[in-house]
Design a protein around this ligand. Structure first.
Ligand code: DX5
Ligand code: ZN
Length: 220
C-alpha cells in the first residue's frame, strides 16, 4: 500500500496544528517528524516536546526520523511523546540491534535510515528485524533539496532482502514531489515523505491529493 507522509519540517511552525489538520483532511497517512541535533546533521529542528504537542493535534501516526548522533537515549523520550514508529540512522553511533530491541520493547514500529552514500548491503542483515527502511534521497539535514536519483538503486536490493511477503515498508525521503514520486514508486518504494512539495505550496491539501492521484495511476 502506498502511504504519503508530509514532513512538517517545511510547515509553518507558528501554526503547526492547522498545518497538520490540512494534510490530514486531504488523506495523508502519517506525519513525518524530523528530529535533528546540530551534530549528526548541520541543522537543529525539534524534539520530543513537539512530537507530544502533535499528538494533541492529529490522530495520524507520527513517523519520527531521528537524525541524531546517539539515538539510543532518545528512543524512550520519543516513545513517551507518542511517536508511532521511529527510524534511526545506521550511520549513527548507537548499536543498531540495541536500538531495535528497545523500540520493540516499547511496541513501536522500527525503521532504519540510510544516508545517500551508505550502500544497501549495510542494512540487509537487519531487514528481517525491522518494519521499515528509510532511504534518504537527499543528504539529510534540510528540506527543499534536489532529489538524488541514484539513491533509488538501493531499493530493489532492499525489497529482495525483505522477501516476498511485502511486509517491509520502504520510505523515500527528500526531493519527493510530482516529478519524482513515480520513479521512486516504480523502484519499489511505498512510503513517500514530502516536505517542500506539500508545504511549499499555498494549498498543502491539494498537493497531497495530487501526489495520491499520481500514485493511483501507477497501481495498487
Ligand atoms: C531532510 C529530512 C526530510 C525533509 C524532506 O533531512 O529528512 O524529511 O523534510 O524535505 P523535502 O521533501 O523538501 O526534500
Ligand atoms: Zn526525514
Amino acid at each position: 500500500m502506498f502511504k504519503i507522509a508530509p514532513s512538517i519540517l517545511s510547515a509553518d511552525f507558528g501554526q503547526l496544528a492547522e498545518e497538520v489538520r490540512r494534510v490530514e483532511e486531504a488523506g495523508a497517512d502519517q506525519i513525518h517528524v524530523d528530529v535533528m541535533d546540530g551534530h549528526f546533521v548541520d541543522n537543529i529542528s525539534l524534539g520530543p516536546a513537539v512530537v507530544a504537542a502533535l499528538r494533541r493535534s492529529t490522530r495520524l501516526p507520527r513517523d519520527g526520523h531521528l537524525m541524531i548522533t546517539n539515538p539510543l537515549p532518545y528512543l524512550e523520550p520519543s516513545a513517551r511523546a507518542g511517536a508511532g514508529h521511529i527510524s534511526f540512522h545506521i550511520e549513527s553511533e548507537s548499536d543498531p540491534r540495541e536500538c531495535i530491541r528497545r523500540l520493540r520493547e516499547r511496541k513501536l514500529g522500527v525503521g532504519v535510515a540510510l544516508s545517500p552514500d551508505t550502500p544497501a548491503q549495510r542494512v540487509v542483515e537487519l531487514v528481517p528485524l525491522v518494519d521499515m527502511i528509510l532511504v534518504m534521497t537527499v543528504y539529510p539535514g534540510f528540506g527543499g533539496q534536489e532529489f538524488l536519483a541514484y539513491t533509488l538503486e538501493k531499493i530493489p536490493v532492499l525489497r529482495a532482502a525483505g522477501g516476498t511477503g511485502g511486509r517491509l515498508d520502504i520510505e523515500v525521503d527528500g526531493g519527493i514531489g510530482p516529478s519524482t514520486i513515480r520513479d521512486a514508486a516504480r523502484a519499489g518504494a511505498n512510503v513517500f515523505v514530502a516536505g517542500n512539495s506539500i508545504y511549499g505550496r499555498p494549498d498543502p491539501g491539494g498537493a497531497v491529493r495530487e501526489l495520491r492521484e499520481l500514485l493511483r495511476r501507477i497501481g495498487p
